[in-house]
Design a binder for this molecule. Structure first.
Ligand SMILES: [Ca+2]
Ligand SMILES: [Ca+2]
Length: 97
């Protein structure tokens, strides 16, 4: 089931809302929902293409590949090139705290 690598308007609003709950209200309970929104193809990991697509939509401008690579490198604790859920939690918390 190939999916277009882009969030719908509704999903984009949800990402923005969940991020604000996470950062502003320190609500960790929504991280799994957030992870699933980033995981556009639903395979259980966040790939570079997905991170770029979502981050670009959220910020409203295209994030360069180089920046995406740095973000992945920072988050990718087991060095397999993709972000698993536990790595996602770690990096999100590190950025907030
Ligand atoms: Ca994925
Ligand atoms: Ca990984």
């Amino acid at each position: 089931m190939a999916r277009h690598l882009q969030l719908s308007q509704e999903e984009l609003e949800r990402v923005t809302k969940l991020m604000s709950e996470f950062y502003d209200h320190r609500d960790d309970s929504k991280l799994h929902d957030l992870f699933r929104l980033f995981d556009l193809n639903g395979n259980g990991t966040i790939e570079a293409t997905e991170l770029q697509a979502v981050m670009s939509q959220v910020s409203g401008e295209r994030i360069p590949e180089e920046e995406i690579r740095d973000m992945i490198r920072e988050a990718d604790a087991n060095k397999n090139g993709v972000i698993e859920f536990n790595e996602f939690i770690e990096v999100m918390r590190r950025h907030r705290d």
